[in-house]
Design a protein around this ligand. Sequence first.
Ligand code: NAD
Length: 285
Amino acid sequence: MSIDVIAVVGAGTMGHGIAHVAALAGAQVRLYDLDEAVVSRGLQAIAANLAKGVARGKVDEATLDATVARISGGTDLAQAVAGADLVVEAVPEKLELKRSLFAAVEPHVGARAILATNTSSLSIARISEAVTRPGQVIGLHFFNPVHIMQLLEIVVHDGTAPVVLQACREWGAAIGKQCITVKDFPGFATSRLGVCLGMEAIRMVEQGVASAEDIDTAMVLGYRHPIGPLRLTDLVGVDVRMHIGEYLAKELGNAAFEPPDLMRRMVADGLLGKKTGRGFYSWES
Ligand code: NAD
């Protein structure tokens, strides 16, 4: 099964990154979102990240131009997914939203099209129940920033067709990712550990144990983490992590994942991290 045409639904933090790596590896990519302005921002971010790659000598000018030319953007869902071999959704971490999105996509794609979700934690099986061909549904969990992070966590539910898994493993390798295959269990192999640490770090800020900077420094220098849990929460999105935490607290029956009050207040106040300029850190400059 070859993957030559890819539709990416949701042009936010993850969607534009997935479009970037897919087009860089040679696919025709359609980037879709609800709003033209968001699509434009996504396309601009891809061009800017490729330009940084040129400045660092990692990408040449011709590759930048060819990559950008392979990506089109739009707000017509049927048009975006028509003829796609692979549809990857990167819309907010809400089960019903992802289910209704795939239900809306399915009538416009061929029977062999792979429907992949970039969910960080939600049940792939439950998402797959929204379509008539659940065997085509799989989790392709990328990491942020997608064009830099090497990991691709492939999540299979009991009904995922083996041919779909195989095609995704091959495509993951073709776009330069190191793939791991994980069973469909809340939080998979990554978010369950990462989000637990993040929630505990936020509770420590709330309790006045230390500043965000000092907690992050403790993990970076004391435990050799490449980045502290609070800076990482800012990069991921405070809101994104809050949604993951709420889901995992319920599904795993573990209060350690429950978002602390400080996190809920930050989300209500729009302090979502890097994407809004402020979170545990200021990103305005
Ligand atoms: P984001 O908020 O940056 O982007 C989400 C985008 O989806 C927005 O542009 C929004 O306009 C769009 N959207 C909302 N409803 C839509 C709809 N019905 N149709 C099309 N587009 C719609 O979020 P994100 O950080 O990119 O996260 C997206 C998904 O990726 C989530 O499931 C999240 O858990 C997962 N994820 C996030 C990260 C991260 O570091 N941010 C990492 C791995 C996985």
